[in-house]
Design a protein around this ligand. Sequence first.
Ligand SMILES: N[C@@H](CCC(=O)N[C@@H](CS)C(=O)NCC(=O)O)C(=O)O
Length: 316
Amino acid sequence: MKSIDEQASAWTEAFESGKFVRKSSEFRDSISKGGMFDVESGRYHLYISHACPWAHRTLIARNLLGLEQHIGVDVVDWRMNPDGSWSFNPDEEGATADTVNGESSLEGIYNRAFEGWNESRSIGTVPVLWDKKHATIVNNESREIIRMLGQFSKEGFGNGSTLCPPELVQEIDNMIDANYESVNNGVYKSGFARTQEAYDEAVTALFERLDELEAHLEGREWLVGNDMGQLTEADICLFTTLVRFDLVYVVHFKCNLRRIIDYPNLQTFVERVLDLPGIRETCHWHHIKAHYFWSHQNINTFRIIPLGPLEGAHTK
Ligand SMILES: N[C@@H](CCC(=O)N[C@@H](CS)C(=O)NCC(=O)O)C(=O)O
């Protein structure tokens, strides 16, 4: 049996000077009209975790673009295995079986896409965008998957909305980039830091960026675009981290300089996204909270799940 420390090393892949380093995603193909991965209704399938902020992005984009009838979804159990792998457990509320490949774990899906995956040292992450036609993984990088889903709108599927209008692409990319290391990955870098210096650095950068975003949202509704802005991918990418913040990251990852509820504009932003049609239904609070506190035994030895917070979380 591996020690908890060895488990943590396997899961997080790499540490440099006590800093958590996220591995890059392995599958980076794209859906495109007339390409190998053509735009076709019913052909693609998402594998997600309701706990995971990266996977949550893809579920939200699917709903906002009205692609529920065109792209299927399966959901893994909220319990991440000690080595960082995911299992299907249809007996768990909110989770499903693998309805496409009949696998019992996500590793089985990665193994289908990449022979020898099981023998490699890699662990499969969520989200996964699966192509039923070629029986392979198209892409496992959330940011790229949500942009790909926009291809379906362009080809007349869904409700016609767009989360990435061509004139805003650069602004959207800049905003997603600016939030990635400091905020989206920043909470993990804080929580998984193995030296005081690494932790201090991550938390400082995280809250500096949250302060900037609070100021940026003064008088605006959305992160990008003229005047009040307009809803784009950049908002989705930030939202899925912010909505987990007071519920999990403040305590579990020690991101406790402030809470989101202490930032009026960020709190209003989170509520604005939650009030969009079909978004609250994508937030599975039990999966989110139980997953983190239960799964990362290296930083929460006895798997105690806190009762609170009474306020600050968005669970109503
Ligand atoms: N860069 C990826 C990150 C995905 C990711 O790290 N997902 C986590 C869940 S929050 C995961 O599956 N972790 C399992 C592991 O790393 O072992 C993305 O944005 O899609």
